[in-house]
Structures are given as C-alpha cells and as structure tokens.
Design a protein around this ligand. Structure first.
Ligand code: FES
Length: 148
C-alpha cells in the first residue's frame, strides 16, 4: 500500500468514527423529558358512551357531589353540588395518577403531588401544567351520555 492510499484510508476511518460519535451524542433519545407531556391516552380514542346513573356502578352520580371513575376510558364523571354533570380525563397530566372530584371545592384534585383542576379540566394549581381533556355530557332521563 502506498503512503497516499494509507493516509486516505486512515483519514476516512477517523472521520467516520467522529461523525458516528457526534450523531450518537446529539441524538434526541438522550434528552427524555422529566415528566409526561400531558397526554392522557384518550386523545386518539373516539369517546361516546351512555351510562344509566341509577344502576351499579354509577349510582354515586345520583347524588350531588358524587363522582365515578371509568377506568376503561380513563374518564372521571362528576355531579357538582349544583347538579351539573361534568367529565374530564381521570389521569393527572403531571404523572398520570387518577384524580378525584372534590365537590366542596368544586375541583378535580390529584393527591399524588397536589395538582388541582377546574371543572373544565384547566389547571388550577401545579405541578401539572397541562389541562385534563374535557368531555361533553348530556342527561336524558337516567341516561348520561359522555362524548368528545
Ligand atoms: S401525578 Fe398528579 S400532581 Fe403529580
């Protein structure tokens, strides 16, 4: 091998190693976010279901201030003290812990780290900084429809 060929081959190999190393250290996979981005796992799901509030397990919605967590759809449905039915994603946008409804404070609350949300799902206090997804409700007799 001639000296020129040797230098050319060694030079290319060294450049390849440098470029490969830079690409790995500059990769986005190294910069994972420290908390979830606010996804509630419902965003791509078509939500539209109806429940009878006089039958189990929904009877808590028969009382003002009561609430029910639908773990299949990750939705919390609540009846406010003024008898309004509201529904939002039940997974806190901070770290996906299930929220409760606090009727006396008229808010959703996550006991994990203290985030609170308005009845619309908007953030009242953090650490969560992304709103809970809000769903529509419609009551017809004893049947409550929850939909996007
Ligand atoms: S998981 Fe809800 S406040 Fe942290």
């Amino acid at each position: 091998m001639e000296r020129k060929d040797f230098i050319e081959k060694v030079g290319l190999s060294a450049a390849s190693v440098l470029i490969f190393g830079c690409m790995q250290s500059c990769s986005k996979s190294d910069s994972a976010p420290s908390q979830p981005t606010g996804s509630n796992n419902n965003t791509n799901k078509a939500i539209d279901f109806t429940i009878n509030i006089t039958t189990n397990p929904y009877t808590s919605l028969n009382t003002a201030g009561g609430f029910y967590v639908d773990k299949t759809n990750n939705i919390i449905i609540a009846r406010t003290l003024t008898n309004e039915y509201i529904a939002v994603s039940s997974l806190c946008t901070h770290q996906q812990v299930t929220v409760d409804f606090q009727a006396n404070n008229n808010r959703f609350y996550c006991s994990a780290h203290g985030s609170a949300f308005f009845t619309t799902g908007a953030v009242l206090t953090g650490p969560a900084n992304v709103a809970l997804k809000q769903y529509k409700t419609a009551l017809s007799g004893n049947n409550l429809r929850v939909y996007a």
